[in-house]
Design a protein around this ligand. Structure first.
Ligand SMILES: [Zn+2]
Length: 289
């Protein structure tokens, strides 16, 4: 297990926000049943589906880029009263390499760019903090890059009604002039770019890292569980367009294998946050690194 890897000149570090309660696999993947999971017990924990809320920090060309911001500080009653710990967990990651115990480092001062794979609540939770009812960006120096198609979707009145966190953790970014809406393939640095992987949400995007002939992909919610590497047609119940989600997953897995890419999957167990897609005996599977 590793939580840090170097891809060419780019450093990728996995950081955990929190571990929510486990659930029945069919609650997450409603088209599956117990028989479907019989061959995938290694992707479950004691027969239960355990999600993790992990994010990634990229260091590229002098910029610190945070990919997603977790579920955030809580407590979250609907997630079993768990509380996000991302901000504290970022300190040792952002501390100087010769002094990782330095707890004085302020993630708010360090992060240059926050990029969102999509706008679900478990990916935007640390965007803003509130004092006296007033929002302020948690990462005060950062530009927040938001996929435009997700902004359009999640701020439409009917969706907004069922996603009140958007009003708290996303919409104030625009008023505070901290947000840029991005579309298509967007270059964050010369080595780091976004590419559309729609289906989980309309504007879902993944992150591509290319440096010195090496490749990595931050998958976002194209992947929720490593069983989907073998069963790409298994869709999370919350996917807005399941055919499109399956297509995006198949294309991403194909590309990852072809390019021998390191893939980062924040909802996998920490031991599997970074891995590769490999084929053995005619079947794809996930190999943690
Ligand atoms: Zn998610």
């Amino acid at each position: 297990m590793t939580d840090k890897v170097t891809v060419g000149n780019v450093e990728i570090t996995a950081v955990l926000d929190m571990v929510p309660p486990s659930r029945e696999p069919s609650m997450m993947f409603p088209t599956t049943n117990a028989a479907d999971w019989a061959a995938h017990q290694d992707a479950l924990e004691n027969g239960q589906l355990q999600l993790y809320y992990g994010v990634f920090v990229l260091k590229s060309q002098g910029k610190l880029i945070l990919v997603d911001t977790g579920l955030g500080p809580g407590p979250h009653a609907d997630r079993g009263n768990v509380t996000g710990n991302l901000y504290e967990n970022l300190r040792p990651v952002l501390a100087p390499p010769d002094n990782t115990q330095n707890t004085n480092v302020s993630p708010s001062d360090e992060i240059d760019i926050v990029v969102h794979t999509h706008l679900h609540g478990d990916h935007v939770g640390w965007n803003l903090r509130y004092q006296g009812g007033m929002p302020a960006p948690t990462f005060r120096r950062a530009r927040y890059l938001v996929p435009k198609l997700d902004w359009d979707h999640f701020t439409s009145p009917d969706v907004l009604e069922s996603a009140p966190y958007v009003k708290l953790q996303v919409m104030p970014l625009r008023r505070l002039r901290k947000m840029d809406l991005i579309e298509g393939e967007y270059n964050i640095t010369d080595e780091v770019s976004t590419f559309p992987t729609p289906g989980h949400t309309p504007g879902h995007q993944s992150i591509l890292i290319k440096s010195q002939g090496q490749t990595a992909i931050i998958a976002g919610d194209v992947l929720h569980n490593k069983a989907q590497v073998q069963e790409p047609s298994w869709c999370a119940g919350v996917d807005t367009d399941k055919d499109q989600s399956t297509k995006s997953r198949e294309a991403l897995l194909e590309r990852a294998e072809r390019d021998d890419a390191i893939v980062a999957a924040g909802h996998f167990a920490p031991a599997d946050h970074l891995g590769k897609v490999v084929t053995r005996e005619g079947r794809r599977y996930w190999q943690g690194i």
